[in-house]
Design a protein around this ligand. Structure first.
Ligand code: GLY
Length: 389
């Protein structure tokens, strides 16, 4: 990346060294855990109570990224342990959901691509088969969840999609490449086309949740989900759309997906400039109180750095510099390199809070996906070409 200036290289190397030092320590300390968040400096462990929880692949993903970048065996051991623990989720088939991409793309699929083990390939293909079995033939989308609090009618519940699912499509693209059969890829593209039509608004913001007409193409209702309101824009939801569009573009080359990236990333960056590149949880919420979500900015930083590899120099320079702004503000305000704290990234928001109790529950958290996207972005800045998605 010759558009990174000397001063940035120094920043990258300094941050990398601090991050690697901390992760070498936490990798060993948390080898038997599937962490979700750190509380009082200690990572939670989801393997007993919530083996199918959607974030259970991020820890293994961090470990594979760091193993790929450093060759340190401690990272490999924790990554492989994470993959094994996650096998427990296959015993809960009815609990599996649209987020199996997050779970297995970052663990078994990354492991398979790095080490070529048959068990890792099997796990990834089984997860891809489960995801593709959620495809609704009449509505042209991958169904979200296995029921929702938004409706009691099971027929209506089968018609929900969420913007987050764009990240899961990576697993379908990989599966098609692996078995040399486009059937998985075609499902992924149909879902991506639906998202462009039904989730992404003309200004580049997104609806988090869409309920489709029963067994046909079309929108029945939209829901706020993790946003402030149904017409507002939850920043991490938008980040899923930005990076999801990049993933679909890279695996298909379809021009509309690049356009979707441009439109959503332009809206995201325009909003971030108002808060010095630390994103709010919801870009359209009232100006007070202020709630941030560092993870949204980190996810978009990864998307920008990845897209920079697929555009001409001027555009690439712009995306790289914008990504650096998102990452530097996070390093300055949200990163904790202290070994006494398991998490690396703070100030993640789970959703826009509706009351005081939710402020406590959902804002200013240290969540594993914040760490994951910070690590992924730093690996890209270090010049690693391994694209985990
Ligand atoms: N996929 C749920 C979230 O981003 O919080």
């Amino acid at each position: 990346m010759n558009y990174i200036i000397e001063q940035d290289k120094e920043w990258i190397d300094t941050v990398w060294d601090k991050m690697d030092k901390k992760l070498r320590y936490t990798a060993v300390k948390n080898r038997d855990k599937l962490p979700f968040e750190s509380i009082n400096g200690v990572y939670s462990d989801e393997k007993e109570e919530r083996i199918t929880w959607w974030t259970n692949g991020f820890w293994g993903g961090i470990m594979w990224l760091m193993y790929e970048a450093t060759g340190n065996e401690e990272y490999r051991k924790t990554a492989e342990r994470s993959e094994e623990i996650l096998d427990g989720a296959f015993k809960e088939y009815k609990m599996l959901h649209h987020d199996v991409g997050f779970m297995w793309q970052l663990t078994s699929c990354a492991g398979y691509r790095l080490l070529g083990k048959k068990d890792s390939c099997n796990r990834s293909l089984i997860a891809a088969a489960s995801l593709s079995s959620r495809y609704n033939l009449d509505g042209d989308y991958i169904r979200a969840w296995n029921g929702t609090s938004y409706t009691k009618d099971p027929r209506e519940a089968a018609g929900f999609t969420i913007i987050d699912c764009l990240m899961n499509l990576a697993l379908l693209y990989w599966a098609s490449e692996e078995i040399e059969d486009e059937r998985f890829k075609k499902i992924a593209m149909r879902h991506m086309d639906m998202a462009i039509r039904d989730h992404i608004r003309p200004d580049g913001s997104v609806y988090h949740i869409v309920c489709h007409e029963v067994n046909q193409v079309g929108v029945r209702k939209v829901f706020a989900g993790q946003s402030y309101s149904e017409d507002s824009c939850w920043s991490r939801g938008l980040a899923w759309a930005v990076y999801g569009s990049v993933i679909s573009y890279i695996h298909t080359g379809k021009a509309e997906y690049k356009e979707a990236f441009k439109k959503t990333s332009a809206y995201f960056l325009e909003q971030c400039r108002k808060t010095e590149y630390l994103p709010l949880i919801d870009f359209c919420a009232p100006s007070e109180p202020v709630y941030y979500d560092s993870s949204a900015g980190l996810c978009v930083a990864c998307a920008l750095l990845e897209m920079a590899k697929h555009v001409l120099l001027e555009e690439a320079r712009y995306y790289t510099q914008e990504a650096l702004k998102l990452l530097k503000v996070c390093d300055e305000k949200c990163c904790n390199y202290d070994l006494g704290e398991d998490a690396l990234v703070t100030m993640c928001g789970r959703r826009y809070p509706k009351n005081d109790k939710e402020v406590e529950q959902y804002t200013n958290k240290n969540i594993i996906f914040g760490d994951f996207f910070f690590v992924e972005a730093m690996c890209k800045l270090k010049g690693r070409d391994f694209f985990i998605w």
